[in-house]
Design a protein around this ligand. Sequence first.
Ligand SMILES: [Mg+2]
Length: 271
Amino acid sequence: MAKQLRDIEPIRPLLDHPSLAVFSDIDGTLAPIVPDPQDARVTDAAREALRELMALGVGVGLITGRDLAKAREMSGLPDACYAANHGLTLSVGGVDETPDVVRDFMPRVRDVIQETTAVARAGVFVEDKGPIVAFHYRRAPSPERARAAIESALAASPAAAAFRVHEGRMVLELRPPLDIDKGTALAELARRMNAGAVLCLGDDRTDVDMFRSVTAMREDGTAGVTVAVDSQEATAEVLAGADYQVDGVAGVERLLGEIARALRERAPSGR
Ligand SMILES: [Mg+2]
């Protein structure tokens, strides 16, 4: 079970590494959850702290279920590395890559959307994320009815059968059935960014894969700390999977700000 992180003392050993990387989820971690997912944005304080960390030589990788364009727009950090769509698309050093095996699912997503148009009547928002399609029911007049409408539409859609259904917070997502998740994405980004020490932040059950990945890296000698973000919607699984926990996006802002301050204080003057 994650311990409350009251100060950055447990993080300090990471700060001694010259190649520290911070890997973070976006929604619910850097960006507060809002009724319309399209309106969510990384807070100014979180963005500024991450920008300062990058200026201090820390690698920043944002690992999210959002598509790459949306992730960039939400964060306002064009120079960060990204694993978007749960790792199906990576961006390192400004080079974006989506493997062919993932691209093959894009036309099938369009077929699913054609075959499930009935869900609109129940107030479901359908998001085309390229190789993924998300059915959001948070804003539906009756979330229960909307969810049932999604389930029956998917059952009747031949194209949907090619995908794996994932349960999110008030969203059902169809993703390609590939062995790629936020955990494999973190390992890949860490490798490409030459991360020697890793701080990982997340609030969703999909982020537990990232926590596991950091634990595995730790067994191989990489310094790593995982931090779960507690909120009303946080699941026990998330809190159980991390070393530490902080309260909400505000807790993340504070943590990142303190790390930036600690690094700035030890940086040679002029940096
Ligand atoms: Mg999240």
